[in-house]
Design a protein around this ligand. Structure first.
Ligand SMILES: [Zn+2]
Length: 118
């Protein structure tokens, strides 16, 4: 069992949904640190290399020159967005930022899918 304490902010998948196969860690294209959970890596940049989810958020935050209270959020299907949170868990999308191309996954992602589909 993994420790629950000490990990950084982002919500994780529950353990019982976690694949049992451990994918080899690859370096993040943003910070060059190994990505221990390849299943949560984001295909980022012109090369669509693997990146930490948190690194992508950080990069987009820098790049998008946000105006408070705007923030970056993952919208799904490879799309991130500049959003403003509203009351009752709703949010308003100000801009959409395509990060991954769902039609054309990079090789490392296709390899992962192969691993997890067993
Ligand atoms: Zn990183």
């Amino acid at each position: 069992m993994r420790e629950h304490s000490g990990h950084r902010g982002r919500r994780r998948f529950r353990h019982d949904h976690e694949p049992r196969v451990v994918a080899p860690a690859q370096p993040c294209v943003v910070c060059s640190q190994p990505i221990s959970e390849m299943a949560s890596a984001v295909a980022f940049g012109p090369e669509q290399g693997p990146a930490h989810f948190d690194c992508v958020i950080t990069e987009l935050t820098k790049r998008e020159s946000l105006v408070a209270p705007e923030k970056i959020a993952y919208l799904g299907s490879g799309l991130f967005g500049v959003i403003v949170e509203k009351e009752q868990n709703r949010f308003e999308i100000h801009r959409k930022i395509p990060v991954e191309d769902p039609q054309n996954p990079p090789a490392w992602r296709r390899e992962l899918r192969g691993l997890y589909k067993r």
